[in-house]
Design a protein around this ligand. Structure first.
Ligand SMILES: *Cc1c(COP(=O)(O)O)cnc(C)c1O
Length: 223
């Protein structure tokens, strides 16, 4: 069942890449597993998904233990409370949801203690929705610059969760906006940012057309 869904997503990803003139390997399929239990995640792993993103620290720690026998590459994609950083930082390769200086500071502190450089994405609140995390576009440069000063933190790009729309085409302008913000940072700071984490179950094809390098897919795999 899960394998069939993943195959279908793979086909759609391949077609979207082709339309955009991109290679399939340029886009990472991340299983957004917040609503999946360890068993379901194991099944998705066996069907070829290697990277999973969790959204809540508590749930993540439990699943991490349950799936310790698998070499899963874990990312953290949800709102991250500062006091939870210490529990997850030794377990994740990428944090997608850095959105404030206090969180950057805590990640720096904990990463330094571990002798690790933590890769992160800065989450941008592209739709200026009060209920969502993410830095507002006008505060992005300041936060980015602050991150550049932290030795144990490496910013690899941007992430966004755009407003929900019935028609995925209506989300396209938000994906374009995130890509342009990334390009602007690259130009301003003479730095290469390899990642754009954008696109979910309902709109990942549009995101791929607009340059996504990581698509975060939950319900299309697990429900
Ligand atoms: C749940 C979640 C997703 C996946 O959403 P679906 O619409 O179920 O694919 C992607 N990104 C984040 C940050 C999430 O919390």
């Amino acid at each position: 069942m899960i394998c069939h869904k993943i195959q279908e997503i793979e086909q759609r990803l391949a077609r979207a890449c082709e339309r955009a003139g991109r290679k399939r390997e340029e886009v990472l399929l991340l299983g957004a597993s917040k609503y999946a239990n360890a068993e379901k995640i194991r099944e998705a792993y066996q069907c070829g998904v290697r990277v999973f993103g969790e959204s809540r620290a508590q749930d993540f720690l439990k699943k991490f233990e349950e799936l310790k026998d698998l070499p899963i590459d874990w990312h953290f994609i949800g709102n991250l409370q500062t006091n939870k950083v210490k529990y997850i930082i030794d377990k994740v390769s990428l944090i997608h949801s850095l959105d404030r200086p206090s969180l950057a500071e805590e990640i720096q502190k904990r990463a330094e203690r571990l002798g690790k450089v933590q890769d992160v994405l800065i989450e941008v609140n592209v739709g200026k929705e009060e209920t969502k995390g993410g830095v507002y576009e006008e505060d992005l440069e300041k936060l980015f610059e602050y991150c550049l000063s932290l030795k144990n933190l490496r910013v690899l790009g941007l992430m966004a969760i755009p407003p929900h729309k019935e028609n995925p085409e209506e989300v396209r302008p938000y994906f374009v906006k995130l890509r342009k913000l990334k390009e602007k940072l690259e130009e301003l700071y003479k730095i290469k940012l390899p990642h754009l984490s954008m696109g979910m179950s309902e709109d990942f094809e549009v995101a791929v057309e607009e340059g996504a390098t990581i698509v975060r897919i939950g319900s299309a795999i697990f429900s």
